[in-house]
Structure formats: structure tokens, C-alpha cells
Design a protein around this ligand. Structure first.
Ligand code: DC
Length: 335
């Protein structure tokens, strides 16, 4: 027997919100654990004492959990508890490493960290950083800052203006005149260049190489690092990049370094580009990734490097769910 935990929150205490939240939570638990309904023996809910409108267990029954035993209880009033929170435990007849699911900010870290904490995820291209960072940010209900997007936006402008990416003085002059911002729409980062949303354009392959070249320059980096530190200083966030744990936020509360073999990383990028309809040669893409690694690892200032206190995760043979689970486990252990 295995126990899977889950928790979620509701925006207000109504029957509809409870039904919606319970259904979403159970769906996520089922899909992240590849569960079949008849493997669930028992399902126990607790809800915080500010929830009165409906039994979560009844909502679960309505979503189709009909053959297992169900139970709901109310938690006592506890000072500082997360409001409007529904927790559940599934007792499952299956041999699996459980993937616990926490949605809508329902995962509360240690009180002193719950106020504000930063997670640094570094690693080479294609190591899975951004996908994993987005998931961690969603699970903890905090911001995700893609620092690579900033270097990419800068590189896009450099390419558009026909500037040589090795010409540091020209790039710095250009950046003084350019307005580079990251904004958030429904929790998704949009990268803005002179008021235009360039989030898609910066993903093109030529921009990848150019971003690695422009990011070599110390003055370019300092300009962007200042923005990154400003955002991370104000709120809890997950940042992914190359130098977050070593240089941008050496005191980050949690640090991870993701890696994977060049073949696996190239395959991931290849699939990503293909899904967007961009045809690329696999061999060439792999060469570019290896070249970009070398450039990012060997630059003089703030190179790509694992911080001594970063947890190393080789994602070559891991699914995204497994990497997310490993990171969240490690964070919980540290708390
Ligand atoms: O993560 P990415 O592929 O979007 O990053 C593009 C380039 O930007 C990468 O090759 C190096 C540079 N970069 C960096 O130097 N420091 C960061 N924190 C993030 C990215």
C-alpha cells in the first residue's frame, strides 16, 4: 500500500469552487502517478476550518471515485495556517514511488522561508531547466524568471541592428537605448523589447548562438544581472540560467544544477523545434549545443558552472515528473 498526498486551495468558499479544486487535484494526482481508479482503496480529505460549503469527499465521489471509501474532516483553527486549503491522502494498492501534488500555492514551506525564498536552477541548454523551473514555480505558486530570455532579447536586437556580437562597446551602447522588460500575463513571462512582445522570436536557433556570444561580455551581464537581482529581491521566485547559483544569487535558499548528455539535450531541442514546425539538422544542432556549452563554460566572467552547494541532477534518463519530484523532495528535506 502506498500513500499519495495532495493539497490545493480555493479562492472562495463555494460548492462550485470546492468541486472544481477537488476535481483538478484528483486529475493531477491520477495523471502524475499513472493511477487507475480501481487502484485507489481509500481517499481521505481534510479542509481548513474556513471551508463550510461542501464536503470534498462528496465532490470526489461526483468526479467518479465510486468504488473506494471516502472521508472528509475539518482541521482545527491554527494560527498562521494557509487559508481555504483542502488536503487529501490517497491509499493506493500499487507499487510506485508516489508523486505528491500541491496546487494553487498549497505547499507551505517553513514559516521563515514562506515569506520569500529563491530557487536557483542552472545548467546547459536542453538540460530541462526551464520546463522544470516552470513546474516548480507553479507548485509553489511563485514567479518563474527565465534569465536566458533576457540574453536572447539582447541578442535579437544585436542581430536586427547588424551589430557584431563580439563588439562589446557597440552592444552596451545599444542596450542603453533599448527598453528590455519582462512582464507577467497570467503567470507567464513575456519578454518585451521596446514595447514589443518577442517571447517567440527569441527562441529561433540563430538567436540561441548569438545570445551565448553577447552573454560573454561583462558589461552586458552586469546590466541584466542587476534586473534579475531586483526581481528576485522583491519576491519569491525560481530563476533558471547559467550563473544564478554562482553569481546572481549566491545566497539562494535552494540551488540545483541540471545536466544531461549532449545527445539527449540535442534531441530535446530538436523535438521542441520540430513541434514548432522548424526543420533543423540533428547533427548540426548537436554541434551547436556543444559549441554553446563550451562558450558558456569557458567565458571569463560568471561562466556556466555548478555552485559547490548546488544539488546535481543528471536528467538524461529521467522524466520531467521525476526531476520535479527529486527537486521538491530535496527542498522539503532542507527545510
Ligand atoms: O537558457 P537559454 O538557452 O535560453 O540561454 C541562452 C544563452 O544565454 C546561453 O547560451 C547563455 C546565456 N545565458 C547566460 O549567460 N546566463 C544566464 N543566466 C542565462 C543565459
Amino acid at each position: 500500500m502506498v500513500v499519495i498526498r495532495g493539497a490545493t486551495t480555493i479562492p472562495c468558499d463555494t460548492k462550485e469552487e470546492i468541486q472544481k479544486a477537488v476535481s483538478e487535484l484528483l486529475e493531477q494526482i491520477e495523471s502524475r502517478n499513472a493511477l487507475k481508479r480501481d487502484e485507489v482503496v481509500s481517499l481521505v480529505f481534510s479542509s481548513t476550518c474556513d471551508i463550510h460549503s461542501y464536503y470534498p469527499a462528496k465532490a470526489a465521489r461526483e468526479t467518479g471515485f465510486i468504488s473506494c471509501s471516502l472521508f472528509s474532516a475539518q482541521e482545527p483553527e491554527i494560527d498562521g495556517a494557509l487559508p481555504l486549503c483542502i488536503r487529501c491522502m490517497l491509499f493506493v494498492e500499487k507499487n510506485l514511488a508516489p508523486s505528491h501534488v500541491y496546487l494553487r500555492g498549497a505547499k507551505v514551506l517553513r514559516k521563515d522561508l514562506a515569506g520569500k525564498f529563491n530557487v536557483a536552477i542552472d545548467g546547459p541548454a536542453g538540460s530541462g531547466k526551464s520546463t522544470v523551473a516552470k513546474r516548480i514555480a507553479k507548485d509553489y505558486n511563485i514567479l518563474y524568471l527565465d534569465t536566458g530570455a533576457m540574453y536572447r532579447a539582447c541578442a535579437l536586437k544585436v542581430l536586427e541592428m547588424g551589430i557584431d556580437p563580439t563588439d562589446e562597446a557597440a552592444i552596451v551602447a545599444l542596450m542603453r537605448d533599448v527598453k528590455l522588460d519582462v512582464v507577467y500575463e497570467n503567470g507567464i513571462q513575456k519578454t518585451m523589447l521596446d514595447g514589443k512582445d518577442v517571447s517567440e522570436e527569441i527562441r529561433q536557433n540563430p538567436v540561441s548562438m548569438a545570445s551565448s556570444s553577447v552573454s560573454k561580455h561583462m558589461s552586458v551581464r552586469m546590466h541584466l544581472v542587476e534586473k534579475q537581482r531586483e526581481i528576485a529581491g522583491k519576491m519569491s521566485c525560481v530563476l533558471d540560467g547559467r550563473d544564478i547559483g554562482t553569481f546572481v544569487l549566491p545566497d539562494a535558499d535552494f540551488k540545483f544544477y541540471l545536466t544531461a548528455s549532449p545527445d539527449v539535450r540535442a534531441k530535446r531541442r530538436f523535438d521542441e523545434l520540430k513541434a514548432k514546425g522548424t526543420e533543423v539538422d540533428f547533427g548540426r544542432l548537436k554541434e551547436e549545443i556543444v559549441h554553446r556549452d563550451e562558450q558558456d563554460m569557458n567565458r571569463d566572467f560568471a561562466p556556466l558552472k555548478r555552485a559547490e552547494d548546488a544539488v546535481l541532477i543528471d536528467t538524461s534518463d529521467m522524466t520531467i515528473d521525476e526531476v520535479v519530484a527529486a527537486i521538491e523532495r530535496s527542498m522539503q528535506e532542507k527545510i
